[in-house]
Design a protein. Structure first.
Length: 360
């Protein structure tokens, strides 16, 4: 990780983060704070006292605006008032299974919400780097063994995946129509989208996500329920894609035209693990526990196989994963173990993890 590049890029700069109260948003908020950025966040309020944002005393790290992404006027006012140098758009409805319950809302938040962000960017009268976070699930997943590249066809079976593919189409349309690289000297906006794999890490308490489900089961000394044991995913620690986003933002500031476009961030090809392997590794690190396979009748569809091709990030950005999947799982379980034993010290622990990662 090029620590000096990040410090030189972001120190003293204005960084606007949507979704700063969420799991990934809280980690990147703390990271930007360590880099010395001036931060303004825009998101819904955290739901629980144990949410990572609250554990990190997030309100002391940024100017926090608690509002809905669907409130286009409030969002635009917040962005234009702050006049940022960088925008990192993480706000989303991020859960596949939840998207089956609220499909229309998922499309509105993820696709139209992205359009609202870019609409505000159109009205900024200064240069700005904009990094928009989508997901590895934007690809039309044929569940074949070949990893997906950035120029592969977009799609989506479930509403979440489809809504994020729609967000990518929104991003591409705005880029071509208003932020075309050929006219960069006129609009001065550098736009990129990022597609990351299944992210794990401390501080995630979401329902129907594998690590929080594992932790809740182990804490309560109950079997971990595994829905799709053979499903293969590009697991990675949360700091891996966030480091990619930060590096991409720095590169866009250096050479906007070269680095605009879509980018995959995931593990190395040989490092994909099945759900069953991840669960067993987590149990081994925890030191106790068992898992059992859940009856899949009447369960919503979830993909069985998904792999990402990260060749572009490796060769062009010179980014690469620092932790293998097993190390990512170990770092994650260590976070929850520490939190159980010393909740008041978790901010220091989380900050140290970011510092450690930056120095790799």
């Amino acid at each position: 990780m090029n620590k000096s590049l990040l410090e030189n890029t972001y120190k003293g700069k204005k960084v606007f983060i949507t979704g700063h109260t969420g799991f990934k948003g809280s980690w990147i908020l703390q990271w930007f704070y360590l880099l010395g950025a001036q931060i303004k966040g825009y998101a819904l309020a955290p739901e629980n006292t144990d949410d990572l944002y609250n554990l990190l005393d997030g309100n002391t790290l940024c100017n926090s605006i608690i509002a809905d992404l669907r409130d286009a006027e409030t969002l635009e006012d917040a962005i234009l008032d702050f006049n940022p140098d960088f925008i990192f758009h993480l706000a989303a409805q991020p859960l596949v299974r939840r998207s089956y319950e609220i499909p229309a809302e998922t499309f509105i938040v993820n696709a139209i919400g992205t359009a609202y962000v870019l609409d505000a960017v159109r009205k900024l009268e200064k240069s700005c780097v904009v990094v928009l976070i989508t997901t590895d699930k934007v690809y039309e997943n044929k569940e074949w063994v070949y990893p997906y590249r950035e120029n592969d066809r977009l799609g989506g079976y479930d509403p979440y995946s489809a809504s994020k593919a729609c967000a990518e189409l929104v991003i591409n349309s705005y880029t071509q129509s208003f932020f075309n690289p050929a006219a960069y000297h006129q609009h001065q906006k550098a736009i990129a989208s990022t597609r990351a794999g299944n992210v794990i890490g401390g501080g995630d308490w979401a329902k129907d996500r594998i690590i929080p489900d594992i932790i809740r089961a182990l804490q309560n000394q109950k079997p971990v329920q595994v829905r799709n044991p053979k499903a293969v995913r590009p697991w990675q620690h949360v700091l891996e894609p966030l480091g990619g986003y930060l590096l991409l933002g720095a590169k866009l500031a250096e050479d906007p035209i070269k680095y605009m476009g879509a980018w995959n961030f995931g593990p190395l090809a040989e490092d994909n693990k099945s759900v069953e392997e991840l669960v067993q590794t987590a149990i081994d690190i925890w030191g106790a526990g068992i898992y059992e396979k859940t009856n899949l009748e009447n369960q919503p569809h979830e993909a069985g196989l998904l792999k990402l091709d990260i060749s572009k990030a490796l060769s062009v950005l010179n980014w690469q994963p620092k932790w293998c999947a097993s190390e990512a799982i170990e770092q994650t379980i260590k976070w929850y173990r520490f939190f159980m034993d010393n909740p008041t010290g978790i901010k220091t622990f989380t900050t140290a993890a970011i510092e450690q990662y930056m120095n790799l």
